[in-house]
Structures are given as structure tokens and as C-alpha cells.
Design a binder for this molecule. Structure first.
Ligand code: ADP
Length: 272
């Protein structure tokens, strides 16, 4: 029941968006993308392919050079970041070190002019959402990396945003914790019914979490599809190679017949 291609019912629309930082090179080239309400959309691609730039434009920290971005049907080019109602979790979007966890979470609510009682209730609920209810009085330095990342997630969710942007939010965590947090983020997405735009260069992360994946290369989307379709029907060699990187079989070619290679895998099996 997720709207995926119908621009009218889309929650986020990039309409022919271009971005240049130097007035010359386009780092985002004529981007058209509609994201449905409640969808988990991942921008996947190598470093420098324009993913973060797209999030920054959506968040309001960068302006599109051409084209328009719509949120819930409205153009947002002239709306400042804090009025867009968007929650953000970035790898380097650090917590304020001199504030306690409670104060860190209350901050975005204070900025929005919310009264003390309501703030306290929202902060409590957000901390419980990420299973950190006991940690409100600690300072960030008294928390592990994974706990800090949970607090960053709670801070992004505390004002009930309809849209949450995440840019490599798990990049600093070790593999086991990463996988655990992927599960938690997915769980929150499903429970809260929020729309998530997630940026990563990690194929497995994109494929396990997303409703659809937009594969970026050099400022354009090479393919936009649900994870299974990217595996089964990669549209071109870039997508096939990029998605396949995780999935590479190791072995040597033992026969070649036209385009068909017979490969002996390292485990002794052969395949064509
Ligand atoms: P990704 O998120 O896929 O790694 P980015 O959007 O960060 O890609 O970067 C796309 C291109 O834009 C890169 O070539 C990068 O060097 C350039 N770029 C990003 N941010 C800026 C900036 N603030 N000023 C100038 N160039 C930038």
C-alpha cells in the first residue's frame, strides 16, 4: 500500500533537480524521484555519486540549482530547514556534549516553542522508543557509540516528524551493532509509519532495509526498484556490478563458449 510512482500521491518529489556547487559541474543531474508516504527509500551508490547532496537539498541545507523539491505537495525551496518538519540522523550530526541526554532531546522541542510538561513527556517517550529510558541524565561521553547513535535516533524522532533523513547513520558502528540497529530502525519505521530516506554506500544494508532502492552513479539514478528486482533484473552493467559486489563468487574460468563461461568455484563446484 505504498505509493511508489504516482507523483500526485507522493510525499517527496524531486522534479528535474540539478545541483552544481561550482557553477559548472553538475553533481546531481536532472533528478526525478517520487517517494511514497510511509516508504523506506534508500539512496545507494559509491562515494561522490550525489546522495548526500540530495539529502541536504531535501533537508534545506543546500539549494537546488535547477528544478523543484516538493514535500507533501508543496514546494519547499523557500522553507528554512527547521520549518520543514524533518528529522535527521547523520553520522557526524553529533549530540551536544555539554548537555545531558534529556537536554539534547528537549532542545529541538524548545526551538519549536513547546512548553516544559509536554517536552518532558515527549522526551520520555522518545527515549523509551529506542530502549534508552534509563539514560536521560547521562552526558554523551558517558555512553557507548551504539547508545549515542540510539539517542541521535531518538532526537530525530522526538518531534514526531513525518519524514526522517538518515545519512550513513550506522557508519561508525561495528558489524554486529550495525545489524542490530538496522533491525531497530526498520522496526521503528514500520511501527511509526514514517517516511524514511536513507543514504548508504553499503549494498547489504540497502537491500535488507528498503522498500525501494535508488542506485546512484555520478549524479544520476541508474535504477530505481525494490531490492529483489535489483538482484534479479539489474538494468545495466553498473547496477549489476555494484549490487553484485557483495555477492561475488570466487573461482576461475575453466571454459568459454561465446559469452558463456564455465567457472570452477573455490569450493570445487562448477557453474556457468
Ligand atoms: P555522496 O553522498 O554520494 O558521497 P556527495 O553528494 O557528498 O556524494 O558529493 C557529490 C559531489 O559533490 C562530490 O564530487 C563532492 O566532492 C561534491 N560536493 C559535495 N559537497 C560539496 C560542497 N559543499 N562543496 C563543493 N562540492 C561538494
Amino acid at each position: 500500500n505504498v505509493a511508489t510512482s504516482d507523483t500526485d500521491s507522493a510525499f517527496v518529489v524531486f522534479d528535474r533537480v540539478q545541483k552544481s556547487y561550482d557553477g559548472e559541474t553538475l553533481v546531481v543531474k536532472d533528478l526525478n524521484l517520487s517517494i511514497g508516504k510511509g516508504e523506506f527509500l534508500t539512496m545507494l551508490g559509491p562515494s561522490g555519486s550525489g546522495k548526500t547532496t540530495c539529502l541536504m537539498m531535501l533537508a534545506g541545507f543546500e539549494t537546488a540549482t535547477h528544478g523543484e523539491i516538493l514535500l507533501d505537495g508543496r514546494p519547499i525551496n523557500n522553507i528554512p530547514p527547521h520549518k520543514r518538519g524533518i528529522g535527521m540522523v547523520f553520522q557526524n550530526y553529533a549530540l551536544f556534549p555539554h548537555m545531558t541526554v534529556n537536554e539534547n532531546l528537549a532542545f529541538p522541542l524548545e526551538v519549536r516553542g513547546m512548553g516544559k510538561d509536554e517536552r518532558e513527556a515527549k522526551v520520555k517517550r522518545a527515549l523509551e522508543m529506542v530502549q534508552m529510558g534509563e539514560f536521560g541524565n547521562r552526558r554523551p561521553a558517558q555512553l557507548s557509540g551504539g547508545q549515542q547513535q540510539r539517542i541521535a535516533l531518538a532526537r530525530a524522532l522526538v518531534f514526531d516528524p513525518a519524514l526522517v533523513l538518515m545519512d550513513e547513520p550506522l557508519g561508525a558502528l561495528d558489524k554486529q551493532l550495525r545489524e542490530h540497529m538496522q533491525y531497530e530502525i526498520k522496526h521503528l519505521h514500520e511501527n511509526l509509519g514514517i517516511t524514511v530516506v536513507y543514504v548508504t554506500h553499503d549494498q547489504s544494508e540497502a537491500l535488507t532495509m528498503s522498500d525501494r532502492v535508488a542506485v546512484f552513479d555520478d549524479g544520476i539514478i541508474q535504477q530505481l526498484a525494490p531490492p529483489a528486482e535489483l538482484y534479479e533484473q539489474p538494468q545495466n552493467s553498473f547496477v549489476a556490478q555494484f549490487i553484485g559486489e557483495n555477492n561475488k563468487l570466487s573461482g576461475k574460468v575453466i571454459a568459454l563458449d561465446g559469452d558463456i563461461a564455465t567457472v570452477q568455484l573455490d569450493d570445487g563446484e562448477t557453474c556457468t
